[in-house]
Structures are given as structure tokens and as C-alpha cells.
Ligand binder design. Structure first.
Ligand code: PMP
Length: 321
């Protein structure tokens, strides 16, 4: 009976092509190991992106991609860096690798802030649109940063299918130090299946293939991902529905006195009206079986992150607040 608006999952099912593939899947084939390098899946992703297979790494969700990127592109005694606030997994990955983690505080409106020239890090995690804010940074600013940053820039585009067609793929094609990461968890409704990938120069991609587990993406996931990628229009229509709901919810929240950070993702980062605390609203919503995300402390202390659900779920959310 819970309404889950807390982990940015997609409220709609994946393409019917996925259900068909699942029904037809030969369970007998599970006795065999999967393709260790996801050849068919990489070829499909590469064709869609206009790159070669050697430019594509497929992982067990983009979280695996991020972990391998941290491992590959930091060194003992070194550091990774990111904006603050940003995706909460980045500092965890740096800590797991026992490297430093530098943060660049975002501007008051959570918009683009130029990282300092003397940033002491070999890897920069650049989530665009950012999480948990949903803000989309200007691509020219990202490009000029990538051109002057001496290390690897990982542009984490987990939410980019909700950004109206803008993305940094061209940067990964033309700059040797840029990786663009995508996930099927959000726009393809595949959070339960674990498929993510990254695109970049063959050197960077090759480093990730040296480090990955032998069979990091299972046989069923590879087959179902291929089916889903064969129905790109379904994903796009699904994303359009969510964007339309997002815009309606944003306008409605503003009418009720919330500050709504402009979002290019499938969630909204909102500050309750003066006199109402985010912590309290979070707890009250939980009582009413509606889960949203709350990041206590610091600059996120009075904000809630609300994933966009179906229109009916968002109506229940409004009734509750
Ligand atoms: N990057 C960002 C910014 C995210 O918010 C998420 C989802 N939590 C991920 C990557 C990871 O997605 P997944 O591992 O499901 O592919």
C-alpha cells in the first residue's frame, strides 16, 4: 500500500517487447555463462550512439560502472571530486577505494559553478542533470571544463532521457578524457534488472574491461535489455508522460508556496513553504504511506526530493500534503 516516490523509479512498465522476450526466454540456456563482453548489447548501444563497440562498456547497473571508473581513474593518495550536493554514492565509492573526495559547492540556486583550476583530483563525477537537484547544466560550460580538467570527467546522465533531447554524448566522442554514463533503471523502467553503460574513448573503455568481473551482466539481463533497446519509441513516450506530469506537479507545488528547483529529470527537489519543515513533512508523508527522499543536514536539510509517479500517485501526494 505504499506510494514509492523515493528512489526515482519509473512508475510505468517497460516495453511489451520485454514481457514477450521474458515469456519466450529459454530457461535451459541459463546453464551457460553469459557473454562476458555483452557483444550484441554493445553493438546495439554503439549503433544507437554512433560509436564503435570498443567505445562502449556495459555494466551491472550504472552503479557498477561508477565503481569501476573510480577504481580505474584514481590512485592511492589521489582523489575524486564532484559538486555538492550531488549523487550520494560518489563519496562512498571514493571511500571504498580509500582515495580523497573533493567537493565543489554549487551556487545558491544549485546552478553551474566553475570548479577551481587547482582542483586536486584525477576524476570528476559530473551528474547532469544533477541529483538530487534535477538541475541541467549548460553544455558549453561542461565542455570548457572538460577541456581544461587534466583528469577524467564522468558525465553521469542517469536522468538525461527526461531532459528534452539535450546530452553530452558528443563530448564523449570528441574528447579523450570524457565518459558519458547512462542507465536503463529510470527511463527504460529497468531498475530491477541492472543495466548501465558508459561511452568514451577506447582507452578509457579498455581500462574498465580490465577491471570488471568475468561475467558482470547476466544472460537474462542482456536478452531483456536488447528487447527494450529495440523499442526506443516506448522509452521516449514513457519519458514524455513523466515530463508532462513533472511540469504539472511543479506548477501545483509552486501554487502552494513551495520553492521548486527547475528540474530536467524524473524528480523534483522542493523546499516547503516558510514555516513548514521538510523533516516534518517527510515524516508526515511517511505516516500516510507516501515515501519521498529526505537528505538531512547542510544545504539539503530543508528540501525533499520527490520522484514523479503516475498522475494518480501524484494526486494522492497532493491530497496528503
Ligand atoms: N547516477 C545517478 C545520478 C543516480 O541517481 C543513480 C540512481 N540511484 C545512478 C547513477 C545508478 O543507477 P543504476 O545503478 O540503477 O544504473
Amino acid at each position: 500500500g505504499l506510494i514509492k516516490l523515493n528512489t526515482n523509479e519509473n512508475p510505468y512498465p517497460p516495453s511489451p517487447a520485454v514481457a514477450r522476450m521474458l515469456a519466450d526466454f529459454a530457461a535451459e540456456s541459463l546453464r551457460l555463462y553469459p557473454d562476458p563482453v555483452c557483444a550484441a548489447l554493445r553493438a546495439r548501444i554503439a549503433a544507437q550512439a554512433g560509436v564503435g563497440s570498443e567505445n562502449v562498456f556495459v555494466g551491472n547497473g550504472s552503479d557498477e560502472v561508477l565503481r569501476l571508473v573510480t577504481r580505474a581513474f584514481t590512485r592511492p593518495g589521489g582523489a575524486a571530486a564532484a559538486f555538492a550536493p550531488s549523487y550520494s554514492l560518489y563519496p562512498v565509492l571514493a571511500a571504498a577505494e580509500e582515495v580523497g573526495y573533493r567537493t565543489v559547492p554549487l551556487a545558491d540556486d544549485f546552478g553551474w559553478t566553475e570548479p577551481p583550476a587547482d582542483l586536486d583530483a584525477s576524476l570528476f563525477f559530473l551528474a547532469n542533470p544533477n541529483a538530487p537537484t534535477g538541475v541541467f547544466y549548460p553544455l558549453p560550460a561542461i565542455e570548457s571544463f572538460c577541456r581544461r580538467f587534466p583528469g577524467v570527467v564522468l558525465v553521469d546522465e542517469a536522468y538525461v532521457d527526461f531532459s528534452g533531447g539535450r546530452n553530452a554524448l558528443e563530448l564523449a566522442k570528441k574528447l579523450p578524457n570524457v565518459l558519458v554514463a547512462r542507465t536503463m533503471s529510470k527511463s527504460f523502467s529497468f531498475a530491477g534488472l541492472r543495466i548501465g553503460w558508459t561511452i568514451g574513448s577506447a582507452d578509457l573503455i579498455g581500462a574498465l574491461y580490465k577491471l570488471k568481473d568475468s561475467y558482470n551482466v547476466d544472460r537474462l539481463a542482456q536478452a531483456l535489455a536488447l528487447a527494450a533497446l529495440g523499442d526506443w519509441p516506448w522509452m521516449e513516450a514513457n519519458a514524455r508522460k513523466i515530463v508532462a506530469t513533472r511540469e504539472r506537479v511543479a506548477a501545483e507545488l509552486e501554487k502552494r508556496g513551495f520553492r521548486v528547483v527547475p528540474s530536467a529529470s524524473n524528480f523534483l527537489f522542493v523546499e516547503p513553504p516558510a514555516g513548514r519543515s521538510a523533516a516534518r513533512l517527510f515524516a508526515d508523508l511517511r505516516e500516510k504511506k507516501i515515501l519521498v527522499r529526505y537528505f538531512p543536514g547542510g544545504r539539503t536539510d530543508n528540501f525533499l526530493r520527490v520522484s514523479i509517479g503516475t498522475d494518480a500517485q501524484m494526486d494522492a501526494f497532493f491530497a496528503a500534503i
